[in-house]
Design a protein around this ligand. Structure first.
Ligand code: PEP
Ligand code: MG
Length: 321
């Protein structure tokens, strides 16, 4: 059994009709990079940097972050590493940030990139560390909770300043997460500025459908399978195609076999998912024909609720859950 699993992990990820797909890993702990290649992933599509520091009493130093990113890049041995800047704010406030102005930020509901822009020193130090490692490794920078061209261009200006200040020579690819409804209405602005986009279906679903992402799966019909979310994904795919901008889906639902097949039908070719889902998703995607998946997705876009979408998947024989 182990031998057959290894063989499947080694096989390139393609659909039945040979469309090449790329599977990347979502990770929250640096040590997880060791399992990335072993599970057959092509690199890290999302490293959630805030996870490690949520309980920290002290702000992580630049050196601590450099050492961590360097070790991760080394462990990935040339594979890409997408480092997302801290997605803090709301209820994600580490003890080292519990001071008066952070409390104000919380009350202002600053989140993700806007929180970082308000906590400028923290952002600059993190970018210093990321950019330093990006000089010699395939590191990409990703900003969370982008709401438009304005916050993204402010963030890019900080990147440019840090690059100048430290005399770095290489600017790594800079990406924006599309995970707020506002971003859907600012796609052209964002895609003009970004080198790549990462679609976060966890937050996009939560904010589009006024639901709670923590609700237990199966007890909630308001999932990413809802046609409204599917239409939003299609809209992002079309806009990204128009701008020739690479796009990856990195919400946890990319690890659901049915949903992953639907994503391919919607035109997605790169998925980032939890390490443990690699084999299942590779197998599911290898079982579908891209043209059939596309037809299924086109019909799903015309459904009115997720139950109809699931029925469609079953009828059309792409249900692989
Ligand atoms: C998302 O919102 O889909 C996402 C990938 O980011 P996170 O789960 O870290 O909020
Ligand atoms: Mg998110």
């Amino acid at each position: 059994l182990v031998a057959s699993l290894v063989a499947k992990e080694d096989t390139p990820c393609t659909t039945q009709d040979g469309i090449e797909l790329s599977l990347l890993a979502n990770i929250g702990v640096p040590e997880e990079v060791e399992a990335v290649a072993k599970h057959g992933f092509a690199g890290v599509g999302l490293f959630r940097t805030e996870f490690l520091f949520l309980e920290s009493l002290e702000r992580p130093s630049v050196q601590t972050q450099v050492e961590m990113f360097e070790k991760m890049a080394k462990g990935l041995d040339g594979q890409p590493l997408v480092i997302r800047t801290f997605d803090l704010g709301g209820d994600k406030l580490p003890p080292f940030l519990l001071k008066e102005e952070s409390e104000t930020h919380r009350k202002l509901h600053l989140r993700g990139l806007r929180f970082s822009l308000a906590e400028r020193v923290l952002l600059e130090e993190q970018l210093h560390a990321i950019l330093q490692v990006a000089q010699t490794s395939d590191v990409h920078v990703l900003f969370p909770m982008v709401i438009g061209g304005d916050d993204l261009s402010q963030a890019i200006a900080v990147v440019d300043r840090v690059i100048k200040k430290f005399g770095f020579l290489r600017t790594p690819p800079i990406g924006a997460m599309i995970e707020t409804p506002a971003a859907l209405y600012a796609l052209d602005e964002i895609l003009d500025l970004a080198d790549f986009v990462a679609l976060g279906t966890n937050d996009l679903t939560q904010y589009m459908l006024a639901t709670d992402r923590e609700l237990e799966a199966g007890k909630n019909d308001c999932t990413a399978m809802h046609p409204a979310v599917l239409r939003a994904i299609k809209q992002v795919v079309l806009a990204a195609e128009k701008h020739q901008c690479p796009i990856c889906v990195c919400g946890e639902e990319a690890g659901d076999a049915d949903f992953a097949c639907l994503l391919v039908g919607l035109g997605i070719r790169e998925l980032s998912l939890s390490l443990g889902r690699g084999v299942v998703i590779r197998k599911a995607l290898h079982g579908i024909n891209s043209q059939e998946a596309r037809e299924t997705a086109d019909q799903a876009l015309r459904c009115q609720n997720p139950i109809e979408v699931r029925k469609l998947l079953a009828v059309l024989g792409t249900s692989v859950a």
